[in-house]
Design a protein around this ligand. Structure first.
Ligand SMILES: [Mn+2]
Length: 373
């Protein structure tokens, strides 16, 4: 679990809680916790728990992330629970002597984080499949755990961290959102952790996080997405085009994967020079992370879990986006089971307008694929 730590800076009184994680955290002048880019609630809660562990041990700490925080639920979580996060933009982060670096819900060398490639990580705590490069003083990677938050709660206990209502509410929201209310890839540990948190959780706040007010752009993105949904017998593909926030892609993938008879779903969007991809499968023994790697191809990167995966590919403009969409649809369909079914049909049929006029009728549902000769 943890390697030998040569020089420990600053003596730690013996009365303190002691364990491999405490030792590495306690030896830092400052602990900088990196989340993955475009952090989700699991990453946010995990990072905050580790920051509080550091504070508990008398070590200053900050939580940083790259990318974007745009999903309404995540913004509500951070705002209502007053979670201190720092977004990394060029020149905002200066490492200092005595800094130690932690990565949570991601690993060094993974394309989905902003941890500099040449830096050495001191702490890696994650529940994604282990990467070869994850060497650090303290490494705890448990791919079987449904959420990284469950792992952090377990480790925080070994450091004697007391939970308060805000932290418990963040952790509970992380667990229910990452596992879709324990329906998706949750383990006994995740359920036990949630049950233990519940007496402390601010339930009305949790409700406000789960049902936040949403901007109009969100509904426009949904409308845009629905016009681009294509269905095969058990597959759903949706290339949304430009999206207001990269997390919209994952959100739409969750939404579309709930459609009856859809077992595999690919959603893509274009945001800030990057094509963002999400894959979902309802097959608990699927390999969404592998299908993602095949789908993005050699020019992109991707990873994830059995039933959910994310990816990205550089993409200059909408012309290139359309070209990439065609290639990715083809590779996705070739990678999922039932590959014989490759004919996709649109979910929504737009009525053909007479020349020069707007459609007079609203879109209608296309007949299901089975009914089409
Ligand atoms: Mn996670």
């Amino acid at each position: 679990m943890s390697g030998a730590e040569g020089e420990r800076e600053g003596g730690v009184p013996p009365s303190r809680p002691w364990g491999p994680l405490c030792e590495v955290v306690g030896g830092a002048r400052r602990l900088v916790v990196f989340l993955h880019d475009n952090p989700d609630p699991d990453a946010i809660a995990s990072g905050w728990i580790l920051q509080r562990v550091a504070q508990h041990l008398g070590v200053r700490s900050r939580v940083v992330y790259g990318g974007h925080l745009g999903r309404a639920e995540n913004l509500a979580m951070v705002r209502l629970l007053r979670i201190p996060l720092t977004r990394l933009t060029k020149g905002t982060f200066q490492p200092r002597a005595g800094d130690r670096f932690a990565l949570v819900d991601t690993q060094p060398g993974s394309a989905n984080n902003s941890f500099p490639r040449k830096w050495r990580a001191h702490i890696v705590i994650d529940h994604h499949p282990r990467r070869r490069v994850s060497a650090a003083d303290f490494v705890d990677i448990r791919p079987g755990t449904g959420t990284c938050t469950t792992l952090l709660l377990d480790l925080a206990r070994t450091c004697g961290l007391p939970l308060d209502a805000r932290l418990a509410t963040a952790a509970a929201y992380a667990i229910v959102s990452e596992t879709q209310d324990l329906k998706r890839e949750s383990q006994r540990e995740d359920r036990a952790a949630l049950q233990e948190l519940m007496p402390l959780v601010r339930l009305a706040t949790l409700g406000r996080i789960r049902h936040p007010p949403r901007p109009r752009e969100y509904y426009l993105a949904v409308a845009q997405a629905m016009r681009n949904v294509q269905l095969g017998r058990n597959t759903c593909v949706c290339h949304v085009g430009p999206v207001p926030a990269p997390e919209s892609v994952a959100e739409l993938a969750d939404f579309l994967a709930g459609m009856e008879r859809v077992t595999w779903c690919l959603v893509t969007g274009l945001h800030a020079g990057t094509m963002v991809l999400s894959i979902r499968t309802t097959n608990a023994r699927g390999h969404a992370h592998r299908v993602m790697r095949r789908t993005v191809g050699s020019g992109g990167t991707g990873g994830g879990h059995r039933t959910m995966a994310g990816g990205q590919h550089p993409c200059a403009d909408e012309t290139e986006y359309r070209r990439l969409c065609a290639a990715m649809t083809e590779r996705f369909l070739a990678s999922v089971p039932h590959r014989a079914e490759v004919r996709l049909r649109p979910l929504v049929c737009e009525p053909a307008p007479p020349d020069g006029t707007k459609p007079a009728l609203p879109p209608t549902a296309c007949p299901p694929a089975e009914d089409v000769p």
